[in-house]
Design a protein around this ligand. Sequence first.
Ligand code: AMP
Ligand code: MG
Length: 417
Amino acid sequence: MSHDLLDPTEALHLILDVCTPLPAEDCELDDALGRVLAEAVIAPEALPPFDNSAMDGYALAGGSEPLPAGSEWLIEGEQAAGDGASRARRGAWEIMTGARVPDGLDRVIAVEQTERLNAPPRVRLKAAVAAGDNLRRAGSDVAQGVAVLAAGTLLAPNHLMLLAALGVAGVRVATRPRVAVLCTGRELVDDAEAVLASGQIRNSNGPYLAAALPRAGAELVHRETVGDDVEAFLAAFARVRDAGARVVISTGAVSMGRYDFVPEALQQLGATAIFHKVAIRPGKPVLFARLPDGTLFFGLPGNPVAVAVGLRFFVEPALRAMLGLPREMPWRVPLATGCTKKPRLRFHLKARVAMDAQGGLTAQVLEGQESYRIRSLAQANAWAVIPLEASLLPAGSLIEVYGPSHLHSPDFGGSHA
Ligand code: AMP
Ligand code: MG
């Protein structure tokens, strides 16, 4: 490896070394989607809360022997969902799905397996029914007092369904990391209505990061575009501080150009540079530093795809650690067509994962991998990561694939690597 380029795995270790989980805060259930549990949730109630019927039918009582087909039972009452406790004596109760089973009854037969008779109103069983049939026992889904969701759970609608059913009104979640974005470059134009003057381009990194960061679990607290001078950057940095950012991401001005002033600005801020330049493509000039007050600083090079890679492979793992989430595991997916690359750099390739005719997944590396090409990024739905030393990968090789955002990849767990 070139002596001044850091191994990307080592770079990630250096980042994770200085990322600590953020404190917990209270969150109402209505606001909890996408948040990460800071503590396990203990079931405050049993689920179901009472014995109830799994069927529309008739509730009956009997001994250990099934009640036989052909037997007839007088209808003694009716119990619908929402009715409170009732006391049964003998005979059958007409019962609806979800209705509390009258005390003293211990089985339900489905209405389809009965015949209703009159004078006196009674029911004849067309099948035998044993103790416990078609009952949903209190606590059979969740017993009161058990841990139902572990700390580190990323709350999805299925979790909210469970918490709502248990009467959990609020949860303790990890505080969202407060992140600020500073886009540098005197060529940048933020106003989409403005006509570009000669030499100007539109700022696409700013809107990209503003969209991607909340989806990655962060709270965007400040965003600003500055020119290519240290003074403007430092003035913007003061506003970043006022906004209470814990993580600052800059784009542009970290390479070798004459106007690449970010390292100098960081020096003036008293920051400790942890690394600058990593053996990756795109995004090689990425810089990571720590300010005296502990604020983390990611200096991403300005090319849009370098920004996307820096966010996905360095910032997002840091956010995960702050949120108390475990390390993310890539998928391993076969390459649809072979590819070659330069050794000594880890490549992050815009890719499309698609289903083949059998429903298996394949990863297609897209055309147009240069770091200024945004259109291919818009066509991509995944990143293919090709390790440092690999150079030639035939079709069918298993490669590491990452979804577009760490919180929006299916959570299948995983323990490889
Ligand atoms: P730099 O890292 O500042 O040398 O920028 C590298 C390339 O990315 C240059 O072509 C810049 O014009 C471009 N660039 C920098 N910042 C942005 C941005 N916010 N949006 C789109 N392109 C950018
Ligand atoms: Mg620049």
